[in-house]
Write a protein that binds this ligand. Structure first.
Ligand SMILES: Cc1cc2nc3c(=O)[nH]c(=O)nc-3n(C[C@H](O)[C@H](O)[C@H](O)COP(=O)(O)OP(=O)(O)OC[C@H]3O[C@@H](n4cnc5c(N)ncnc54)[C@H](O)[C@@H]3O)c2cc1C
Length: 282
């Protein structure tokens, strides 16, 4: 079940990263439990991977086990599949997340959101497995979802499945919403180059309201950083909060560019930008 020295480039949307020392694609919950046991017994680090659409792996790779949660698990399926399945039944509530290229598990972990909807709006409960092999069901409240955050960010668990409470809606309204957000993404996002979505979180003004956020993209753009490049990593000319891989960008390039953007925005606006993408260390 475990492979060695697997290139991580094809497992993330940035198309960046060295090799995973160990790599596995479990098919059953038993497999995941066995992989966790293996890591505990052999003192190996692990990283749970979904579609890799919000991850930056290092050029040196990952010195441990990457566990890829794929289609054998409900949460390894794409967010698009969930939205489509719900839409077919006249159920909406997260249809504006259409176009987010991740898995259901990754969306729950990150509490993916767009256009005023977040996946946690419709979560009823989430089932996960701990590194000790326990299966835990958490209610929506226990998932503690917040802006790009959930309880899972603090836990070593693999999210296995979830129950949702969607909103009954007319199918044509759901599908109109989906079409509109997809058109918006095609126009506003640099989809022709590999990227990992928004690199930075939108900072808050110390006011705990969603609409109090100042857009990170606006701050970066106002510093004239669109197009700024380190090696083949470039601040997108289309959307300042995206870093794109113009060919053979390395993680080192991306990290140097992140540092440059962070420092420039801090100097100009006094704002500390925080990264949204997960930098997989190890
Ligand atoms: C073009 C583009 C547009 C994007 N637009 C948006 C947007 O509008 N809104 C938004 O919120 N995000 C957006 N993203 C970011 C990204 O798609 C989301 O965060 C997505 O939910 C990540 O899912 P994933 O399966 O790719 O997770 P990955 O990138 O594989 O992993 C992200 C994190 O989740 C953890 N994880 C993944 N699956 C599991 C699991 N089953 N169990 C436990 N932990 C898990 C990983 O360990 C990692 O820490 C965009 C990305 C791209 C490339």
């Amino acid at each position: 079940m475990i492979s060695r020295n697997v290139s991580l480039k094809k497992y993330n949307t940035f198309k960046i990263g060295g090799n995973a020392k160990l790599f596995a694609e479990p098919k059953t919950i038993r497999d995941i439990k066995d992989l966790f046991l293996f890591c505990r017994q052999n003192n190996e680090k692990f990283f749970i991977l979904g579609a890799g659409s919000n991850v930056l792996f290092g050029d040196e790779g990952f010195d441990g086990l990457v566990i890829k949660i794929g289609k054998h698990f409900e949460t390894g399926k794409s967010l698009h599949t969930l939205i489509q399945t719900a839409a077919d039944k006249g159920l909406g509530g997260i249809e504006k997340l259409e176009g987010i290229p991740g898995t259901i598990g990754g969306a729950i972990f990150m509490n993916a959101s767009a256009h005023g909807q977040q996946i946690s709006d419709c979560i009823e409960s989430v089932v996960s497995v701990t590194i000790y092999g326990e299966i835990i069901t958490r209610t929506k409240e226990e998932c503690k979802c917040a802006y790009r955050n959930s309880v899972f960010r603090m836990l070593d668990e693999s999210i296995l499945s979830a129950e949702f409470n969607f909103v009954p809606m007319a199918k044509d309204v759901i599908n109109k919403n989906r079409k509109e957000v997809l058109a918006w993404r095609r126009e506003k996002q640099p989809l022709k180059y590999p990227n990992a979505g928004s690199v930075f979180k939108n900072p808050t003004n110390n006011i705990p309201l969603a609409d109090s956020r100042v857009s990170a993209g606006y701050l970066i753009d106002s510093c004239g950083l669109k197009g700024c490049r380190v090696g083949d990593a470039q601040v997108s000319e289309l959307h300042a909060n995206f870093i794109v891989n113009r060919g053979s960008a390395t993680a080192k390039d991306v990290k140097a560019l992140i540092k440059k953007v962070t420092q420039t925005v801090k100097d100009a606006h006094g704002v500390d930008l925080e990264t949204e993408i997960i930098v997989a260390t190890g």
